[in-house]
Write a protein that binds this ligand. Structure first.
Ligand code: ADP
Ligand code: ZN
Ligand code: ZN
Length: 818
């Protein structure tokens, strides 16, 4: 009987696709394996086997697969279940989940390469203009891809041109299918089998008396063999014997030595020794640990709220220890990779080489290796630290998931789909594995704390800092008043200056926080009021002094700073607002002897960007560190005594129902970097509005009060966690079409959901990369079915897309948008 497979393609298609396979292939293939399949006219994709079956599709004649890739499944059945949940819940396709879950190296690519036909003489006069452009480009490049041709002729459909060029014998096409991942191979040597006994050694050395270098190599090899069990690398033998590559090669050529290759991991870390004693917990930590374990007994997700520096990490370490001693895998999720540097070190002290790291700054090769190590359940991947994508690793025996800093918004993927929240997706994954799930934070999200209040989550807390260090003293400074009294130096109040002076005198360190990067967010002409805008986005260009550039933070557009106004020509340009660059510059002038560093997106590019700055600050090569929210997250600096928040207002005035919660969390977290060891830390918060209730709550460490107030507001205005929300963004390059489309869509939504629909409204930046944006928000009551609501929205989208005028408008869903 004819056999078939249904596969997931890594593209945003709603349905699975069916392909024909042979009987043998049907016996071999299992769900989660990869196959290369033809798609459309000329594409080849890597697809994932979903299931094998014998019922032909009704609507089309299935093609055959090209080939099977790999002998084992790449993805296991729990993952597939998890992907299904993500696709359904976050309103995207399985293909989109597939594409983002798997390292791109596993997604074999087909690229139609266009080559120049060298075997014929081309009559250039015989070519049309567009054909000539392609031909000319091929004089400079050995090959072109289809999309590159599109760019050259500035037109989408280039197949007709290519066809003509083929007919005219100008070009050749080449279909290339290639695996991107190349494992790193290391060369090893051993004695050829004929020479392995002692007696042979003597004969061998006899025969080499006239080649002293070669016999030295043989002797060294014997010594290395005697002193270690491991295979011996060529480089190692070179070093031990002092012999060159050429000497070793001649022994290989003589058949005395044999070379062989072993695949090795690129991902190795220093000092993976481990074996440090796990710290003994203090009574508060013990109490929390007991509460957590009890809660795990009843299989509940458990939230640990512990003030900053209360020693939450050490509690997690105990849980991890227990998990891996039962032979299970542990996953430790962090919101941002800036944090891993310190954490890798801490976890390696305890768990040594069992710790692996997985994140997007690592190369494709490195990610593939961690993937394979987890898939094969190797020791070295028993504890995985990673940012949100580590959730997609092929765990088989997951026993524990820790989601540290669970309140962090960066756990939510914004673009592209799947727009999932890693915390929530991790809880679902934990369920599928029957693993324990631990959420931790000093400032839990309103959602999680609400779930505790309702009894849905278990709870543990630590209310004291480790070592009984007192919580930092937080002082609010009114910048309006200070300005009036002329007590400001640049953006520094007198109080902040005084505190910096004493802190530096005591040999302690300072952190300065400003939530904007660059020098100034706006450049303005004082004569005519003009300020340079991004040509592609509706936003002012940010001035970066270091490069004398104006840059767009949304699309990357940049231009040199002009000497005079582009509108009126006056040289009267001034800046408005300030970013980290300006703080760094001012502080350098105010404290010329202090060594100042800066940590923001601009200074931390590259794989080790963070590490360098964090290490320099840890080792006190820097006295003052200026940074954006990047430095708020869980970093443990021993010597920081003062934290200055340059301006809290921009955080508070954000037009978003979550702004106050977020401001509380951010400020409490930055403040928590101060005074973590002995002396009580000091925090100065500068603001034009020091009487704001959130600032008061931060300064009195009143999480509970903040929670109560915010929850009340959410109840009043029907926002999460009381209601669920789905944000629908419509996107198009034509302003009028977008407006009309958004009206149509929201009206249809209102017909079904009535007053629970908000908008359409422009977001604060209403045009990005030349695309206009409009948002509609649908609020969903607790007693309303979420799946049914999503289905209704989908139906509306279908009718929308059936109107040809709207078809080109993109519709983007963001479920649980934050
Ligand atoms: P948190 O994650 O709650 O901010 P950390 O786990 O970073 O706190 O702990 C703060 C500091 O206290 C760290 O330097 C840590 O090594 C130290 N510490 C925490 N618990 C212990 C313990 N039981 N014994 C010794 N030192 C501890
Ligand atoms: Zn002007
Ligand atoms: Zn832009």
């Amino acid at each position: 009987m004819q056999q078939f497979i249904d596969v997931v393609l890594p593209i945003p298609l709603e349905k699975l696709f069916t392909y024909a396979i042979s009987q043998e292939e049907a016996e071999f293939l299992r769900p989660g394996m990869r196959v290369a399949v033809p798609f459309g006219k000329s594409k080849i994709y890597t697809a994932l086997v979903h299931h094998v079956h014998a019922s032909p599709p009704l609507a089309y004649d299935p093609k055959e697969i090209h080939q099977i890739l790999g002998e084992q499944p790449l993805v296991n059945s729990i993952q597939l279940q998890h992907w299904h949940w993500i696709a359904k819940y976050y309103m995207c396709t399985l293909g989109e989940v597939f594409r983002s879950a798997v390292p791109s190296a596993f997604l074999l690519e087909s690229e139609t390469l266009i080559l120049k036909n060298d075997r014929v003489a081309v009559d250039e006069m015989n070519l049309k203009d567009d054909e000539f452009l392609v031909y000319e480009a091929l004089q400079h490049q050995s090959s072109l891809k289809v999309h590159e041709v599109s760019a050259i002729v500035e037109r989408k459909n280039v197949l007709p041109i290519l066809n003509r060029l083929i007919e005219k014998n100008v070009i050749l096409l080449k279909e290339e299918l290639y695996e991107q991942y190349k494992p790193k191979l290391v060369r090893f040597v051993k004695l050829a089998d004929a020479h392995t006994s002692e007696k042979d050694l003597e004969n061998l050395l006899q025969s080499l008396t006239r080649a002293p270098k070669q016999s030295q190599v043989i002797l060294s090899l014997f010594q290395l063999n005697a002193s270690q069990e491991k295979p011996i690398k060529v480089t190692e033998l070179e070093r031990a014997s002092g012999g060159s590559k050429a000497v070793i090669k001649s022994l290989v050529d003589k058949g005395i030595l044999e070379e062989y290759f072993i695949r090795t991991d690129r991902v190795t870390y220093d000092d993976g020794q481990g074996g440090h004693e796990v710290k003994t917990l203090n009574p508060y930590q013990e109490e929390a640990l007991t509460a957590i374990k009890n809660s795990f007994e009843s299989e509940k997700v458990t939230l640990l709220r512990g003030v900053t520096s209360s020693g939450k990490t050490e509690v997690y370490v105990k849980l991890i220890e227990q998990c891996i001693s039962r032979g299970k895998q542990a996953l430790y999720l962090l919101p941002e990779i800036a944090l891993t540097t310190q954490l890798i070190g801490r976890l390696q002290e305890y768990f040594g080489a069992k710790v692996s790291v997985y994140h997007s700054k690592y190369s494709i090769q490195e990610r593939v290796e961690v993937w394979n190590n987890v898939l094969e359940n190797k020791q070295k991947a028993q504890v995985v630290i990673g940012a949100r994508s580590a959730l997609f690793l092929p765990f088989l025996h997951l026993g524990l998931i820790i989601i540290d800093e669970e309140h962090e918004g960066s756990f939510k993927q914004f673009d592209p789909a799947p727009r999932y929240h890693a915390r929530d997706a991790a809880i679902v994954l934990g369920n599928l594995h029957k693993a324990n799930v631990m959420l931790g934070s000093a400032t839990p999200s309103i959602e999680s704390f609400y779930n505790v209040a309702k009894g849905k989550y278990g709870y543990a807390e630590i209310t004291r800092r480790y070592g009984d260090v007192v919580m930092p003293d937080i002082e609010l400074v009114d910048i309006k008043e200070q300005t009036r009294k002329k007590r400001m130096k640049g953006h520094f109040s007198e109080r902040l200056m005084e505190e910096i002076t004493t802190t530096l005198e005591e040999g302690l360190q300072v952190i300065l926080f400003q939530n904007r990067r660059g020098y100034a967010p706006i450049v303005e002409c004082t004569t005519c009021g003009h300020s340079p805008q991004c040509p592609n986005c509706d936003v002012s260009l940010t001035y970066h002094q270091y490069r004398k550039q104006l840059r767009c933070h949304y699309c990357g557009y940049h231009m040199a700073l002009q000497e005079s106004c582009q509108a009126c020509g006056s040289p009267t340009l001034d800046t408005k607002g300030f970013g980290t660059e300006q703080v760094e510059q001012e502080i350098g002038q105010l404290f010329p002897d202090a060594k100042v560093g800066r940590m923001d997106l601009d200074t931390t590019r590259g794989k080790h960007g963070y590490e360098k700055i964090i290490t320099a600050f840890e080792q006190q090569e820097l006295d003052i560190l200026v940074g954006t929210q990047m430095l708020t997250k869980g970093l443990d600096f021993r010597n920081v005594n003062l934290v200055g928040i340059m301006n809290a207002d921009s955080l508070l005035n954000f037009p978003d129902y979550r702004a106050h919660e977020r401001a509380f969390q951010l400020l409490t977290q930055v403040a928590g970097r101060a005074g973590r060891t002995k002396k009580r830390g000091k925090v100065i918060i500068q603001s034009y509005n020091p009487y704001h209730q959130i600032l008061k709550q931060v300064s009195t460490h009143s999480y509970d009060e903040m929670f109560k107030e915010q929850l009340y507001e959410r109840e009043q205005y029907k926002y999460p966690p009381i209601n669920k929300i789905i944000k629908i963004t419509l996107k198009h390059k034509e302003y009028n079409k977008l407006n009309e489309a958004a009206e149509w869509f929201s009206k249809s939504l209102r017909n079904v959901f009535g007053g629970s629909v908000l908008g359409p409204e422009y977001p604060p930046v209403a045009r990005i990369r030349n695309q206009y944006l409009k948002n509609i928000i649908v609020k969903i009551n607790q007693d309303q079915s979420l799946p049914k609501t999503k289905n209704s929205i989908r139906r509306i989208e279908k009718s929308f897309k059936s109107i040809s005028f709207y078809r080109s408008v993109r519709v983007i869903y963001n479920v649980d948008h934050i």
